[in-house]
Design a protein around this ligand. Structure first.
Ligand code: ISE
Length: 348
């Protein structure tokens, strides 16, 4: 595998899957997309057209049987990850699973148990914020201690609108899962409790969806992250963080584009979706995953990080329905297996 191009199957040809097909074809070295898997033939064909020579398949098993694959990117909804991850592990493929690792804690546990039967971690989880320049600078600032201890984080996570079938629990499991991963990454310690507050409902949200919500994530030493999740805010895609230190405030996520003062107004464009807001981070993430796969490693958040996030998300969904502060109980200690294979720069 080391000198040849990695032959990648992309499973799930929706917005994210198609974006990865284009990325690998146009900007990533050392890999090419040889298979696109989606039960929707039109979607598979449209995505495969972005990668010359790529074949299409309706199911992952068909791709395994029908072509040579070294690696797989899984970009289906979370509840469909395990049925792809388990056979991919059996084949010893390099795996990039989009977030969340899976949709339940039990499923995440089955995945990490299956992975630990191998010689080393094979799964990297697509928490792309760990590759974003702003988050990395913020993490370094916390580590340096230059402004004293980190006391609190104001996080805004805003989407223009929701896709079909987006439910209230998805606010936690599909959206805030990013803060659930990145807050410990920045703070350097785990989340110990979750609480959810619900302000006045946005009438522009689909019927029955209660949002925005405020999700309070408390870390071990008491740093509090207050996450505003708003998913039908219309104006575009915005993810910002203001970090409150003992002697100063650091802000990331607001200055992505040029600011223009003209005709009596100051304006700046807003990214329409996560594809643009985190485009550079995705590029770094996928290049490092490909390079690591050639070395027989992963280089980013592992399935263990995916499992930890699923435990916190579970507590978050409970907090959402109960209105209570829910203490996060981690049933497992980090296995030694996960101390290797993922580079320190982006792994917890
Ligand atoms: C989507 O799946 C993502 O991962 C985006 O980053 C997030 O902002 C959005 O809320 C999710 O639905």
């Amino acid at each position: 595998m080391s000198t040849q191009e990695l032959r990648v199957a992309v499973v799930g040809a929706g917005m994210m899957g198609a974006d990865h097909v284009a990325r690998i074809t146009q900007r990533i070295s050392g890999a090419r997309v040889t298979a696109v898997v989606d039960p929707d033939a039109a979607r598979a064909t449209a995505a495969a057209a972005l990668a010359p020579g790529a074949q299409t398949f309706a199911a992952f098993e068909d791709a395994l049987a029908g072509t040579e694959i070294d690696a797989v990117i899984i970009a289906t909804p979370g509840f469909l990850h395990e049925p792809v991850i388990l056979p991919a592990l059996e084949k010893g493929l390099a795996i990039l699973s989009e977030k969340p690792l899976s949709d339940t804690v039990d499923s995440s546990l089955r995945i990490i148990e299956a992975e630990q039967k191998l010689d080393r971690p094979h799964i990297q989880v697509g928490f792309m914020r760990r590759f974003d320049a702003g988050y990395l600078q913020l993490r370094e600032l916390v580590r340096s201690g230059a402004n004293g201890s980190l006391l609190a984080l104001h996080c805004a996570h805003r989407n223009a609108s929701t896709p079909p079938n987006y439910s209230e629990s998805a606010l936690i499991t599909d959206s805030v899962i990013h803060e659930i991963d990145i807050v410990p990454f920045i703070a350097g310690e785990p989340i110990v409790s979750v609480e959810v507050k619900k302000p006045r409902r946005n009438s522009l949200a689909p019927d029955g969806l209660v949002e925005p919500q405020f999700v309070l994530l408390e870390t071990l030493s008491g740093t509090l992250a207050i996450v505003e999740i708003s998913v039908n805010i219309q104006f575009g895609y915005q993810v910002t963080t203001d970090a409150v230190f003992e002697s100063g405030v650091a802000s990331i996520g607001r200055a992505e584009t040029i600011q223009i003062a003209s005709a009596g107004q100051i304006g700046q464009s807003v990214t329409p979706s996560f594809k643009e807001r985190f485009g550079a981070a995705y590029d770094v993430e996928i290049q490092r995953w490909v390079d690591a796969a050639h070395r027989g490693e992963i280089d980013g958040p592992s399935a263990w990080d995916g499992y930890l996030a699923s435990v916190v998300a579970d507590a978050g969904v409970l907090a959402q329905s109960s209105g209570e502060k829910v203490v996060v109980e981690y049933a497992l200690e980090k296995p030694a297996f996960y101390e290797t294979g993922a580079r320190e720069a982006v792994s917890a």
